[in-house]
Design a protein around this ligand. Structure first.
Ligand SMILES: [Zn+2]
Length: 340
């Protein structure tokens, strides 16, 4: 499952029983780092914190277990981390937060989060009051898209549709450095509402119910868990996504068939999104992004299926495939003006 400490689903092994601050020893208050960005990436298992310089260098990085069910403990984690770094650097920067959920544009309440403690809570405004500084909050896939658009694989691109192939499927859209959409607070979710049942049946696979309650969503098949489910049905052998791609590269027949079906499922739905958005670039994040040959295969199928002509690779591994949420959160202030 794990390679170099990271799973194909993009999750890092969780080794932290308490807040662990990793202060880079060469950074101190005398280095002249005056304009820094604070960023949090809040996930279901851990809260990552990063301090970035204006040049995008990460000056400090920490990980803390997420208090999923206790709001007071959740706020305490954020406050404690900030108290330490404010003291360390002698500054009080604003904060950008990425998290796996949406924000209701009407009242700022967190929706569809996998952290019950903050569900329904006005994360940005409440934290802003508690911490006495500006707090910007966005979905983690949106943050990844912003990071790729600002300085990653889609740098200088006008229209960016960044996708996450991690545990499941996600996406974020950035046009001219701004997020688009915002009526409901849920956007870029191209992994839900699909019906991939036809491809499943043609491939000899049995449909499953998605976590959202519908049947036929790509989300159930387009991430690392989906690849594992495909392989389990094809071979009768349940192994990790990492082992599947390993076996694929080694020429295993079942793994090759699983990858072929996986590419077909992802590329069909992605081709529709490309037809709609006509993006300049589709950077891929999440654990699957580390499989560059697989991404190139998806790109090839997508460019064959779309109506437009794209002479160079469109679907490419993201530069920030593993830390785009945190990095994008640090860039939220750049996209803050004229936001929807
Ligand atoms: Zn769904």
């Amino acid at each position: 499952m794990f390679e170099n400490g990271t799973c194909l689903c993009g999750q890092v092994p969780f080794l932290f029983a308490a807040a662990v601050l990793l202060v880079y020893p060469h950074i101190n208050q005398d280095d002249g780092v005056s304009n820094m960005q604070y960023a949090f990436d809040i996930g279901g298992s851990k809260i990552e914190f990063g301090v970035f310089s204006d040049d995008g260098d990460i000056l400090l990085h920490s990980k803390t277990p997420t208090p999923k069910d206790n709001l007071d403990a959740f706020v305490a984690v954020i406050s404690d981390v900030l108290g330490e770094v404010d003291h360390e650097f002698g500054v009080r920067p604003d904060i950008g937060i990425s998290f796996a959920g949406g924000v209701d544009p009407k009242n700022g309440a967190v929706i569809s989060a996998n952290i019950p403690a903050i569900k329904g809570w006005s994360l940005a405004s409440e934290l802003s009051t508690i911490l006495s500084r500006k707090v910007l909050v966005e979905n983690d896939a949106d943050c990844f898209a912003l990071a790729e658009a600002m300085s990653g694989a889609a740098k200088d691109a006008r229209t960016v549709f960044a996708i996450i192939l991690g545990t499941g499927v996600g996406g974020g859209i950035v046009v001219d450095g701004k997020f688009i959409g915002g009526k409901s607070g849920v956007r870029g979710e191209w992994g839900h509402g699909n019906d991939v049942t036809g491809t499943l049946i043609r491939s000899g696979l049995a449909p499953v119910t998605c976590g959202c309650g519908q049947t036929g969503c790509l989300d159930a098949w387009g991430g690392a868990r989906g690849l594992e489910n495909i392989h389990a049905q094809i071979s009768g052998n349940r192994i990790t996504s990492f082992d599947i791609t390993d076996a694929w590269r080694a020429g295993d027949v079942h793994a090759a068939r699983s990858i072929e079906i996986y590419c077909e499922l992802v590329a069909r739905e992605l081709a529709l999104m490309v037809n709609v958005l006509d993006p300049d670039c589709v950077p891929v994040g999440g654990g699957i992004a580390s499989e560059h040959v697989l991404i190139a295969q998806i790109d090839e199928v997508v460019r064959k299926r779309v109506l437009g002509r794209y002479d160079v690779p469109l679907v490419v591994p993201g530069v920030y495939a593993s830390d785009g949420g945190l990095r994008g959160a640090a860039m939220l202030h750049l996209a803050d003006s004229d936001r929807l």
